[in-house]
Design a protein around this ligand. Structure first.
Ligand code: AMP
Length: 485
């Protein structure tokens, strides 16, 4: 927090809404971006969800649109002036809710359109006319084709979570949408990282953008304790259990790389008596909300999720995050562990590394510019320790294996594992209700204090049956790197 909103000379209608939100001062991204957006310049902003970036672009945008404010009921007097594009329906919904709050004392209208919902109510809203349209790319194209959305008077376009939109494969959709917009406009691009693809996108569609970075991109929060434990796939669940018990952690997210793996792991943990829910792209909106509600209520202790499914959920400050699989993209590592240890609270991020993950771990090292060390964790075991590489893989040897393994897992990683898929792959979404759950906006809060997590209450059935009461040899699971300072 650096600056007061009163320095901005926002219109009284906007200032009142901000005051009602209870914001005392601007966040760093707001302090930097708002004055620039107010001048109408293009912006390339490196900021993640949770930094206050929605207000950073929407407040100045609304301020500049106030000149179009009018009480007319004629749709022609309310053309789309600002377009905000997001990768997932949850994010679109969250951003639209925030914009509605900021604009509530103005006569500017806003609406949100995303897939998985009936088009009719969205169409009615669009036909009445809206100044600010928040959308996911695929559904917006549907509305453009149906002539429900006309974009030739757009003055501002925001590409939010641009890196994720590219990851999901929205680039062709974005290109098409941008082709419908007037050339003379302001373009704002926000991304957690500035990858070469993002820079290419910016070069094509932004004009002399001002770059704003609130924290070094790819920087991991210093409050997160990062541990890397070596574990063969079969040992990973026990490592998780041990860490949870040893650290007295009550709830955690577990990240996996595929939908298939997500369901499989959740079922295994469930069988072992742990209260677990799975979140992935094949789950309906309703199922996802139920899983989240159960997590919030403390009925579920572990939420196993894929990157894309979790990306749409603004849940922060979870006590621990486990990477059951090392993510394919190092950027996802940053996103994943960003779920824990925010706002001064300390968090734990544990990554389980199998021998074929060497290259992926070194990708993370490069990205976060930190030497990582994989550690050994003592596990009590019924069977002897498997061979552990003396040094965690000489690169030359490991690389081909890592690739082969990775290839196998990528096949398993269904490209439809998204919340709102790119156009070419869409179809088959179940209708989903609009989410108005304040949980999405709130940091993680522990559930009822006396509820003990399932790993304290139960011993895994498999372990109970297979470990001899007399022989419990200590076993070393190779820990490969240790987190640097
Ligand atoms: P965002 O990064 O835009 O998703 O914002 C994350 C959360 O921060 C939202 O719940 C906002 O309401 C909140 N927020 C945004 N700006 C501020 C501010 N200046 N002070 C306090 N909270 C804020």
């Amino acid at each position: 927090m650096t600056d007061s909103f009163s320095n901005l000379s926002l219109a009284p209608t906007l200032a009142r809404a901000v005051a009602e939100m209870g914001y005392e001062s601007m966040t760093p991204i707001q302090a930097q971006a708002i004055p620039v957006v107010l001048t109408g310049q293009d912006v390339m902003g490196a900021a993640q969800t949770g930094t206050g970036k929605t207000a950073a672009f929407s407040l100045p945008l609304l301020q500049r649109l106030l000149k179009h404010e009018n009480p007319s009921t004629s749709p022609a007097r309310h053309p789309v002036r600002a377009l905000v594009l997001l990768p997932t329906r949850e994010l679109a919904d969250q951003v639209a809710q925030q914009i509605k709050l900021y604009a509530k004392y103005t006569q500017l209208r806003s609406a949100v359109v995303f897939g998985g919902m009936d088009m009719k109510p969205q169409t009615l809203e669009l036909k009445r006319g809206v100044e600010v349209l928040v959308a996911t790319p695929g559904r917006l194209l549907d509305h453009i084709e149906a002539k429900n959305a006309v974009l030739n008077q757009v003055e501002y376009v925001v590409l939010d979570e641009a890196d994720r939109m590219l990851d999901i494969g929205f680039l062709p959709d974005l290109q098409r949408i941008l082709s419908y917009l007037p050339k003379q406009r302001t373009t704002l691009l926000f991304s957690a990282t500035f990858s070469p693809e993002i820079k290419r996108l910016a070069n094509s569609y932004l004009q002399n953008p001002i770059t704003i970075e609130v924290a070094r991109p790819n920087e991991t929060a210093s409050t997160v304790e990062q541990r890397f434990y070596a574990a063969q796939d079969d040992d990973k669940r026990r490592v998780i259990r041990k860490v949870l018990t040893d650290r007295g952690i009550k709830q955690a997210f577990i990240f996996v790389n595929s939908k298939l793996g997500c369901g499989r792991l959740a079922r295994s943990l469930e069988r072992e008596g742990l209260r677990t829910a799975a979140l992935h792209g094949d789950k309906s909106q309703d199922e996802r909300l139920k899983a989240l509600e159960a997590f919030k209520q403390g009925e579920v202790d572990l939420l196993v999720c894929t990157d894309v499914a979790a990306r749409g959920l603004d849940i922060k400050d979870v006590p621990a995050v486990f990477n059951f699989d090392v993510p394919f993209n190092a950027e996802d590592y940053v996103h994943r562990i960003g779920r824990t240890g925010r706002a001064g609270a300390s968090g734990l991020a544990v990554t389980l590394v199998s021998p074929s993950d060497t290259r992926l771990v070194s990708d993370i090292e490069k990205l976060i510019k930190k030497k990582l060390e994989v550690e050994t964790l003592q596990l009590e075991s019924e069977r002897p320790v498997g061979p552990v590489p003396e040094k965690w893989g000489s690169r030359a040897e490991d690389r081909p294996r890592a690739r082969a393994f990775e290839g196998r897992r990528r096949e398993d990683h269904d490209p439809r594992d998204v919340l709102d898929s790119p156009r070419e792959r869409r179809g088959g979404f179940r209708p989903a209700p609009i989410t108005r759950d304040p949980f999405f906006e709130k940091p993680y809060e522990p559930s009822a204090a006396d509820a003990s997590p399932s790993w304290e209450a139960s011993v895994p059935k498999t372990a109970r049956s297979s470990i001899s009461a007399n022989i419990k040899p200590k076993r070393k699971v190779a820990a490969l790197f240790k987190s640097g300072e």
